[in-house]
Design a protein around this ligand. Structure first.
Ligand SMILES: [Zn+2]
Length: 124
């Protein structure tokens, strides 16, 4: 099996509801997103899926979050915009598009800072 890793980033503000600490106040991050895509078959030139294709699919979803106050846009107007929920949201949006492209989305990671990130893998 081959696992491809594709990165994207977006800048957004958020605040956490029902949270006691500095993150209850609005602040921003340059979020880094990492998608892992797997496949077993290589095409005639030896690739699973073109990186460009995955990058475009990931960007289509992250662009909707870019330069937004996450708490003001669905689903984060009702769902707390934690890194965990952001990772699952991006996963759920990107997974069917990756499947259409002939591969499988394994996980989505979201980093709020260089040192703090969450990786969402469904079913685990
Ligand atoms: Zn934050």
């Amino acid at each position: 099996m081959f696992t491809l890793t594709v990165n994207a980033s977006f800048s957004a503000a958020h605040f956490l509801r029902d949270y006691n600490g500095p993150c209850e106040t609005m602040h921003g991050h340059n979020f880094r997103v990492e998608a892992r895509v797997s496949g077993t078959e290589l095409n005639e030139i030896g690739i699973v899926v073109d990186f460009k294709v995955i990058k475009k699919l990931l960007r289509e979803v992250t662009e909707r979050l870019d330069h937004k106050v996450l708490d003001q846009i669905p689903p984060f107007d009702t769902l707390n915009p934690t890194a965990e929920n952001i990772a699952r949201h991006i996963f759920d949006e990107v997974a069917p598009r990756v499947a259409e492209a002939g591969a499988r989305l394994e996980s989505v990671g979201v980093w709020e800072t260089e040192g703090c990130g969450v990786v969402y893998t469904p079913g685990e």
